[in-house]
Write a protein that binds this ligand. Sequence first.
Ligand SMILES: NC(=O)c1ccc[n+]([C@@H]2O[C@H](COP(=O)([O-])OP(=O)(O)OC[C@H]3O[C@@H](n4cnc5c(N)ncnc54)[C@H](O)[C@@H]3O)[C@@H](O)[C@H]2O)c1
Length: 357
Amino acid sequence: MINYEVFFVADLFNLSNETQLQELCKGNKLLIVMDKNINEIYGKQIERFFRSSDCIYKIFLVDAREENKVMRTVTEICQAAKDFQMKRNSIFIGIGGGITLDITGFAAFMFRRKTRYLRIPTTLVGLVDAGVGVKVGVNFDNAKNLIGGYYPPVATFSDQSFLKTLDVPNIRNGLYEIVKMGLIDNRELFKLVEHHHKDFLTKKFNDKTDTIIYSSAFSMMKELEPNLHEHNLKRSVDFGHTFSTFIEESSNYSINHGEAVGLDVLISSFLSLKRGILSQNEFDRVLALTRSIGFTNLYKLPSLERFHEALDAVRNHRAGNLNLVLPSKIGTCIFTNECTKEELQEAVIFLHEFILV
Ligand SMILES: NC(=O)c1ccc[n+]([C@@H]2O[C@H](COP(=O)([O-])OP(=O)(O)OC[C@H]3O[C@@H](n4cnc5c(N)ncnc54)[C@H](O)[C@@H]3O)[C@@H](O)[C@H]2O)c1
């Protein structure tokens, strides 16, 4: 049985707030793996917190770039843990976005064949995605997340107050993951995002943005829970992740992951519309929301042939089945193993027109 907790807290490192974090730190040896940028902005406050927390700690800084999300960084963290004489019951703490959390979790997974760890996400993707599942890992030989494991933290502490310093492209990155969750699982969440996504983009965080983050993380956990180890490759949370990897790769990563998910959501919704599954009215809502959230740059989209090849790669990754997720109605979805070249062609033409408008 897998057990871990996700705490939603405000101002986690404010000394006057009492949280489970203080309890977990008390009397322990901690290796804090922190995003360098987070250290620059919040380092003093974070150190003040740990200095007053009755623990022994050491800080390891991570330059959170995909090229550093590799085994070398994991072994450096393990080396720091050894030099610090971390024991079996010591704790790793990851503070940062998905890159930092994935690396920290993987180091904890490897060190002494599993050492406890905590996650403190500081990006929107971290709050609604990387911080709530159990996947840890690194990139390998230019393949994203090729090496890794399933290893839950003891707890995640989700504090949206970090978002005030996050740039807009990284906010969009997370917003599209939230749109995805709303579309496949939570109609109310989708509606909330329709009304309040501008609050995220203008960084006017409030009760509504709090509710959106909470609902999205909750929907994600609900979908992941029965299938934490991914034995079943028919996963609704893969919605938006069929064409997106390929779009990211072929843009040479000039499009961020979340925005590629946004484009994938559009393709999948278009396919669903054309099959008469998603209504025109609901498709128009998806389109309007995507337009309003927007994209950071203009991208040159790959050709139809390349899109078609991408489907073969996805089939391989999903053990022979396409398991393409299509929204059937806002808040629910279906799976299909078919996507003809003609259907895809129409969708790709639509996407090209959408991008050019
Ligand atoms: N394990 C999972 O289930 C899972 C799920 C989703 C994504 N991921 C992984 O997460 C990674 C992407 O993570 P991400 O999008 O959270 O961001 P990230 O870790 O790539 O960070 C993005 C940038 O934001 C900066 N940053 C982080 N927090 C900040 C803050 N509060 N203020 C200012 N700057 C801040 C970082 O320094 C970095 O420059 C990918 O490697 C992806 O594979 C993992």
